[in-house]
Design a protein around this ligand. Structure first.
Ligand code: FAD
Length: 497
């Protein structure tokens, strides 16, 4: 009815969306941000905004009645449990061959992720974004992204002495004994806060195992970096619990954006329309791809090109655990923020993070999330009969990633005389090959869009998020997503406005 009109509308409030909104607002443009998840600014009954990883409740999952934890089993026991259906923070979105984990709420994936903030090595950048000038990225946009996100490396002396990184020191020892390069993994966690957690002088967050369902303290999510700067401009309105369903050209120019306002059990309260001169898709790789594929196939945006929905990858994510000897205890206290990695990219196509298993008890387990080099790519397509978007991924495609991860862990197991854990992902299952945390692609830069994210066929429509990146970043992706958005929006502001 009363189709409000705005100069710029941004779909999604993750990294791509926040960079876009901040830079537009700073250039004097009023912006409306639409976010399907909640604001995450109000404490629950326990006085905390976010639930603990070990005690999931309704806040933990997006519209599920049972948890779907990435580690489904422990010592043979299934871990999942029933919870009330709620617009919770972590979406375990199931496609036929893969579960894609994503953050839901103002701040997107920054609310739930491990904070690992890694810039790819320059020599591999050509594999990551082949059409982007590396001099610009490494000279300007990666430094800008790292500064805005508050990235830093742990104090090595503290790493060497604190109980909460014993698991990572065991990981380092085993990597080095097998002659693999060990690297510190930069993070956005506030290390001074973590030191105070260890000293017992502040409420615990990383040292209480908080990660997957949000961090109550210490992690510099977008709620502590871009979002306060966005608020300070006074030019940005954010609508949480609003899900965009359609974008169509408006008769008088610009685009009509249709959205559903949701209640906290996922019901539709009302439907609204906003007209915007420019629309920026920043709903994440999956969210943006699903919208564009549907809009092209159903005739809302028929002139989008045939690259829409293509080139999707899982960043080669695969998980595994190793069972250590009794003299290699990994510690009952484990910081939930990973800060160590094994770099075997050049020789084996794998970069493995030494990940925590914050169970609160000694497990003698080493746990790893590997990012691997894989050319497997899937495609999103519109399933008209079911009225949904499908993804063509096959679980068997993870074998490439398992083989790459084995170049590290078979060697470490042989050297240490140890074996893989078989109790973490089901019964007698070594590899966590059922998921990704790093969806990338679906609207690839310089294919579905031009080399700055402008969608072909529709002036004023842009893609600004992980959908632009062709499937693999050699490391964790959010620094690259942020840096690419900084590069693209600078060009768009300079030439399109
Ligand atoms: P997102 O951050 O996903 O933001 C998209 C937003 O759009 C979401 O808030 C979503 O709710 C919203 N949205 C979607 N569809 C609609 C719609 N139709 N209408 C309105 N809103 C919509 N990366 C790293 O670099 N380091 C890590 O340590 C790391 N750990 C991770 C751990 C977990 C558990 C997960 C899930 C991810 C992790 N990642 C990590 C990945 C990282 O968080 C993502 O790559 C990043 O958040 C993607 O940014 P984005 O801007 O593309 O989209």
């Amino acid at each position: 009815s009363d189709a409000a009109s705005v100069p710029a509308l941004v779909i999604g409030t993750g990294y791509g969306g926040c960079v876009t909104a901040l830079r537009l607002a700073q250039a004097g443009v009023d912006v409306h941000m639409i976010e399907m998840g909640m604001a995450w600014d109000t404490p629950g009954a326990d006085g905390k905004i976010f639930a603990n990883t070990t005690t999931p409740d309704q806040r933990s999952f997006w519209l599920r009645t049972r948890t779907k934890q990435p580690l489904s089993n422990f010592l043979g026991f299934p871990l999942d449990k029933d919870i009330p259906r709620y617009t919770g923070i972590l979406d375990a979105e199931e496609f036929s061959g893969i579960t894609v984990y994503q953050g839901r709420g103002v701040g997107g994936g920054s609310l739930v992720n491990g904070g690992m903030a890694v810039t790819p090595r320059r020599e591999y950048f050509g594999e990551v974004l082949p059409t982007v000038n590396p001099d610009e990225m490494f000279g300007t946009y990666y430094p800008r992204a790292n500064a805005e996100l508050g990235v830093s490396v742990i104090d090595p002396a503290w790493f060497d002495s604190t109980a909460c990184y014993q698991y990572a020191r065991v990981g380092r020892k085993h990597a080095q004994r097998s002659n693999f390069p060990f690297v510190y993994v930069p993070n956005v966690y506030d290390w001074n806060y973590m030191k105070q957690e260890a000293a017992g002088t502040v409420p615990k967050s990383a040292l209480a195992g908080e990660i997957l369902y949000g961090n109550n303290h210490g992690k510099k999510s977008l709620q502590k970096t871009y979002l306060p700067k966005i608020a300070a401009t006074g030019r940005v309105t954010i609508s949480p619990l609003h899900r965009v369903t359609s974008v169509v050209p408006a008769s008088g120019g610009g685009y009509t954006v249709t959205m559903e306002q949701l209640n906290t059990t996922g019901g539709v309260v009302t439907t609204k329309a906003v007209t915007a001169a420019r629309v920026f898709f920043a709903a994440g790789s999956v969210g943006t791809s699903k919208l564009l594929v549907k809009l092209k196939a159903t005739g809302a945006l028929p002139n989008l090109n045939n690259e829409i929905g293509k080139g999707w990858g899982d960043n080669g994510n695969v998980m595994c655990g190793r069972a250590n000897h009794m003299w290699d205890a990994t510690g009952a206290l484990q910081s939930s923020m990973p800060t160590a990695g094994i770099d075997n990219w050049a020789a084996g196509g794998a970069f493995a993070e030494v990940a925590p298993l914050p169970t609160g008890i000694e497990t003698y387990a080493s746990f790893y999330l590997s990012i691997t080099k894989t050319s497997q790519r899937a495609e999103f397509s519109w399933n008209a009969g079911a009225g949904r978007v499908d993804l063509s991924w096959q679980t068997a495609w993870k074998q490439t990633s398992i083989n790459a991860a084995k170049t590290i862990f078979d060697k470490i197991n042989a050297k240490e005389g140890t074996i893989y854990r078989t109790d973490l992902f089901g019964i007698y299952k070594i590899w966590g090959d059922h998921l990704t945390y790093h969806p990338l692609g679906g609207a690839i830069l310089n294919k579905a869009t031009d080399n700055y994210g402008r969608l072909h066929g529709y002036p004023g429509l842009y893609v600004m998020d992980g959908a632009l990146i062709p499937g693999n970043t050699t490391v964790n992706p959010f620094v690259t997503i942020t840096a690419l958005a900084e590069r693209n929006i600078e060009k768009i502001i300079a030439t399109d406005l």
